[in-house]
Design a protein around this ligand. Structure first.
Ligand SMILES: [Zn+2]
Ligand SMILES: [Zn+2]
Length: 101
């Protein structure tokens, strides 16, 4: 089974052809609109495709369209804040380990 636990595994995934195609499908489906802002009645353009269930824990859902949503950068940061504490530090600075989330 494919897993996305390490940086290399995730990097490979985010560079893969199937993912690149699928994220475009997700963006088209959502009309490049941030789905979180939409829920709040706001309109924001979004270019970030987020895994609703993280592939770290749900590797089977990595290429599942239903598990993807388009987010703007603000909402995407917001979504990942809860995991921010798990991120390693490098010379005292917080470093984002995921490539493109
Ligand atoms: Zn948003
Ligand atoms: Zn994300």
């Amino acid at each position: 089974m494919t897993e996305y636990k390490t940086r290399q595994q995730k990097q490979r995934f985010y560079k893969s052809g199937p993912w690149r195609k699928l994220r475009l499908v997700a963006l088209e489906r959502d009309n490049y609109e941030c789905q979180q802002c939409k829920k709040k009645g706001k309109f924001s353009k979004g270019q970030n495709v987020h895994h609703i269930k993280e592939i770290y824990h749900h590797s089977k859902l990595a290429l599942e369209l239903d598990n993807l949503e388009t987010l703007c950068i603000n909402c995407h940061n917001e979504e990942h804040k809860r995991t921010f504490n798990n991120i390693g530090t490098k010379k005292g600075r917080k470093v984002w380990r995921d490539e493109r989330w």
